[in-house]
Ligand binder design. Structure first.
Ligand SMILES: C[S@@+](CC[C@H](N)C(=O)[O-])C[C@H]1O[C@@H](n2cnc3c(N)ncnc32)[C@H](O)[C@@H]1O
Length: 454
């Protein structure tokens, strides 16, 4: 078979970069130190922490900023620690392992406060205590890249390298659950032995409470030897094998041919079945705390009607339905609203819930009115935030508006933009906000904010 060329197989040409000394002022949204060059230009320094002095090589020059990479720490921060992962310097999966985990949480809180102030021109009345949990082995959902690299005479399975399209040459990962990390080397061998050696670009990992599923994206069909190999791999390692031959709709359970992933929200007596490619929160421990806190903050009363915007498979909707009189879940993916409805039935709350599939990036004030009077909103948008929803809300009369909103965010800059609309146009007060360390050692900032109608 003709071998496909890829980037990993092209020779790398060594480059020489200018080196300079920097004193770091703060951290940016990607966990890089922010410093100023002699000319006053902003320099983003990877691997440097606030208040450190480092020697760094400038790897990229732009007219308004430069990017640099730390090569020596001259004065170290008290938050600096030795990264646990052997592949940390090269792997792009994490950006903050060189910082103590409490320092990471404080840094994320500063990013949130700074965004709220700078973009949103708002300040919460109260900062909530950060939600934090286990910092290692927490990542229950991951997308691993796969490449057959001829130069290394090996199939690599792992995250992408920092700043690049190459697959990191890693044999273990500290943020994946141990039993998944232990599969990285056997997975190299599995793909290497199969006829699909050049035809599996990625593997999705989904770890449920009792089962782990690996979804192989296969660009060519399996032959009968492959079927035997993959079945044996699943049996030996106690994982379920799925394949995705084309688009997301083509995903199927291969061995065993059944669906069995679920997670529990014990505080609410909810069991949530899901498919390995459905959106679920990456960190189940933190998700339990997050759902509990969001629902307590929403302070739902038994006679209230609540909306759950961007409801996914019902992660907040179903627990809310155990308290409120009625919950309306709205979401852009029909696959997820269908699953949410099935999950409501399984959990005995179908009579208290309804689900709609809508593009919430185009929602209007009339659409909101069409949902009837709602007392509280839970909003959990993707990274783009909930711009249209907040603008639509601003157009409702005071009597039509919910009295309280809890906004769960995976992007502090869009949360800040939406907070500006809610506070400066829609008549809400930002009562509290806080960070959720959903992704320790990455620069990803998850947060939540509570808005009350003034
Ligand atoms: C951060 S997830 C939250 C899901 C759910 N609340 C949970 O906790 O599992 C964001 C959700 O927004 C949905 N979404 C993305 N774009 C959307 C859009 N334009 N309109 C409606 N929903 C959208 C995604 O399908 C996803 O389920």
């Amino acid at each position: 078979m003709a071998r496909r060329r890829n980037k990993e197989n092209s020779p790398r040409i060594p480059k020489v970069f200018p080196i300079a000394q920097f004193t770091i002022e703060s951290l940016d949204m990607e966990g890089r130190g922010i410093a100023r060059g002699e000319d006053g230009k902003v320099v983003f320094v990877a691997g440097a922490l606030p208040f450190e002095t480092v020697r760094a090589e400038i790897v990229r020059e732009k007219s308004s900023f430069s990017q640099a990479r730390t090569i020596e720490v001259l004065k170290a921060s008290s938050d600096r620690v030795t990264p646990k992962c052997a592949a940390y310097d090269m792997c792009g999966g994490c950006a903050m392992q060189h910082m103590d985990s409490r320092g990471q949480v404080s840094a994320k809180q500063r990013v949130l406060e700074d965004n709220l102030q700078r973009i949103g021109q708002v300040k919460p009345d109260v900062m909530l205590r950060p939600i934090a949990g286990p910092t290692w082995g927490y990542r229950y959902r991951a997308r691993l890249s796969v490449r057959n690299v001829f130069k290394k005479n090996a199939v690599l399975v792992g995250f992408r390298e920092k700043n690049g399209g190459y697959v990191a040459d890693m044999t273990a990962c500290e943020v994946l659950p141990k039993h998944v990390s232990d599969l990285l080397v056997p997975l190299r061998e599995l793909v290497g032995q199969s006829s699909l050696i050049n035809d599996i670009p990625q593997i999705e990992v989904a770890v449920g409470q009792e089962h782990t599923v690996l979804v192989f994206r296969n660009m060519a069909a399996l032959n009968s030897d492959d079927e035997v190999l993959f079945r044996a791999f699943g049996d030996t390692h106690g994982v379920d094998i799925w394949f995705q031959p084309k688009g997301p709709d083509t995903v199927y359970a291969f061995h065993p041919p059944t669906e069995n992933l679920f997670y529990d929200l014990p505080e609410f007596g909810i069991r949530m079945p899901y498919r390995p490619t459905d959106f679920t929160q990456v960190n189940f421990h933190i998700n339990r705390v997050l759902v509990g806190r969001a629902i307590r903050l929403l302070d739902v009363r038994p006679l209230e009607r609540v909306a759950d915007f961007f409801c996914g498979l019902g992660n907040f909707t179903l627990p809310l339905a155990t308290i409120a009189t009625h919950v309306v879940g709205i979401e852009g993916s029909t696959q997820l609203t269908t699953r949410a409805l099935e999950n409501a039935v399984v959990n005995g709350v179908a009579d208290k819930t309804e689900f709609y599939c809508r593009n919430l990036f185009e929602v209007t004030a009339d659409d909101l009115r069409g949902l009837g009077k709602l007392d509280k909103y839970l909003i959990d948008p993707p990274r783009d935030g909930a711009d249209a929803l907040c603008l639509a809300l601003a157009q409702l009369t005071r009597a039509e508006k919910p009295t309280r909103l809890v906004y769960v965010s995976c992007n502090p800059s869009t949360l800040a933009r939406d907070a500006k609309t809610l506070v400066h146009q829609a008549g809400y007060r930002l009562s509290s906000a806080g960070v959720v360390n959903m992704f320790p050692h990455t620069a990803h900032v998850e947060s939540m904010a509570v808005f009350d109608l003034v």
